[in-house]
Design a protein around this ligand. Sequence first.
Ligand SMILES: [Zn+2]
Length: 248
Amino acid sequence: MLMSARARLFDALWPPACPVSGVAVDRPGHISADIWLGLNFLDAPWCALCGLPFPYTAGAGVGRGMVCGPCIAKPPRFDTARAPIAYDDASRFFILGFKNGGRQDMLVQFSRWMARAAAEEIAEADLIIPVPLHWRRLISRRYNQSALLARALCRETGLPFDADILARRRATPSQAGRSVKARRRNMAAAFEIRSASQLAGKVVVLVDDVYTTGATVSACTRMLKLSGARRVHVVTLARVVRTRDPTM
Ligand SMILES: [Zn+2]
């Protein structure tokens, strides 16, 4: 009672505002309707493996378990990848704000979206592991945004969190502007497993902020599976969605 009265007084004095638009909203951490409507939420029908949405025009002929062209050509190392929103003009601003500016007021919202997008994968998971950031980058950025997302997802789902199993072996140069091949090379051997005994037979949810080419999460998956993980499900807040012909 006291807390809710205090919360009401606080809200009356400092009304909660959308962290992106600044417009007044119902609760702290909520986003305003205009921003919400601009977001491109991803949903089935999507590739059973990488989560790439199929165009809705193809929806009628696309059933559960359908796999996209690129995944048929080269199956990913991870078992599935899921993301609730597209990484585009509408989402870039607040994702970069979260990534670089330390803006954490939307973490609960983000974790709910992620939990919904990967509900089936999370249901069979044993633990949640974030993609690690090298300590040098950790110092310059002060926190690991993937670990923040992973921890929030643990709070949302009740699954255990472990940021000690997987670590960066060395600082990798920024991936920006590199070709897919160069990214893969750059990522190779960048990760190491610190406690393999905890991975044997486990289903792991691997959390990162944005899925672009999948190079980072593939490199992590490789190490996790070499150490005995049974399945690895990648869950990111957003993913780059390139329009592709699913029949290609
Ligand atoms: Zn795919």
